[in-house]
Write a protein that binds this ligand. Structure first.
Ligand code: F3S
Length: 299
């Protein structure tokens, strides 16, 4: 029996940075609000809330003496403008890799072109990217949707096409999309903006799941990158589960598995990964409370 944890599992640079910004403000007794949950992990959000950090849905809800932290996903430009107009104090924790996409799509040179964004149009990161575009833009989730955009929009005109991707877009799907775009739009300028942390995490998850007979993905069910990791692993290993905490582990699945693989989304704290690993070891060895409690766990 073996348990292998992906090296890339857990917090990425951008999430870590955002959490550190919030924590350092709280350490200075600054009243902190975040626009939406700071990350897609309720454990972390609840922990910060217990320290006084309040997630708001709207910038009008930010109290006068509070500092708003913009999360790593970023926000549309009109939100920044409104914060400036209303004199709201804020700290921008937008991940620099997301900022880079904002700069690409905001470039005034794109003005007469069309921006295509690979990603989920209702994901906050993509909403933010759309909100920085200096020109017409369209989103697509897969190569089939590119055909639709081509037939409805691109075929009719000869506009220059600029393509970017949500930082957490599936790397395999991206390759297919790039191939399709190059075939349909010979003038396309394609920017591979998938975050390296994401592609490393996805590649590692793919390889690990292929070698495992039970694959565990740890992360919040609302986290898009965790959901994508689950899909990638499931393609390789049908016996893949997504859990948010160690409590959701199925002892029976753990005890019968020979090769267990573990990975975690970018917003999963190391503490939760450790709890899952400890629980799996306990189930496997049955050592914590003796054989009797091992049996109980299996019930
Ligand atoms: Fe940034 Fe990449 Fe994380 S874009 S927020 S470092 S997944």
């Amino acid at each position: 029996m073996s348990i292998t944890v992906a090296k890339s599992a857990g917090f990425c640079f951008g999430v870590n940075r955002a959490i550190n910004i919030v924590n350092s403000l709280l350490d200075k007794n600054v009243k902190v609000s975040t626009l939406g949950p700071i990350i897609h992990n309720m454990e972390v959000v609840n922990e910060l809330e217990s320290r006084g950090c309040k997630a708001v849905d709207n910038i009008d809800e930010v109290e006068k003496d509070a500092t708003l932290v913009i999360r790593s996903h970023g926000v549309p430009k009109y939100v920044i403008d409104k914060l400036d107009e209303n004199g709201v104090k804020y700290e921008d924790a937008t991940c620099p890799f997301v900022k880079k996409i904002h700069n690409i799509v905001a470039n005034p040179d794109n003005k007469d072109g069309i921006v295509l964004i690979a990603g989920n149009s209702v994901h906050p990161e993509v909403e933010g990217i759309i909100g920085h575009c200096s020109t017409e833009c369209h989103t697509f989730k897969n190569s089939e949707e590119i055909d639709e955009i081509y037939n409805i929009v691109l075929k009719k005109n000869n506009k220059r096409v600029f393509v970017v991707a949500q930082t957490t877009f599936d790397t395999k799907e991206w390759k297919k999309c790039v191939k399709k775009i190059k075939k349909l739009c010979t003038n396309a300028k394609i920017f591979d903006t998938i975050c390296n942390a994401t592609s490393v995490r996805q590649t590692e998850a793919d390889l690990l799941a292929a070698q495992s007979d039970f694959m565990v993905v740890i992360g919040d069910r609302h986290s898009s990158n965790t959901g994508k990791l689950f899909d990638i692993c499931k393609r390789q290993c049908d016996n893949t589960v997504l859990i948010e905490t160690a409590d959701e582990l199925n002892a029976n699945q753990v005890s019968v598995a020979e090769k267990i693989g573990v990975t975690a989304g970018a917003s999963t704290p190391a503490r939760i990964i450790k709890e899952v690993l400890d629980t799996m070891s306990e189930i496997k060895s049955g050592v914590t409370n003796g054989e009797e409690s091992f049996e109980a766990l299996l019930e």
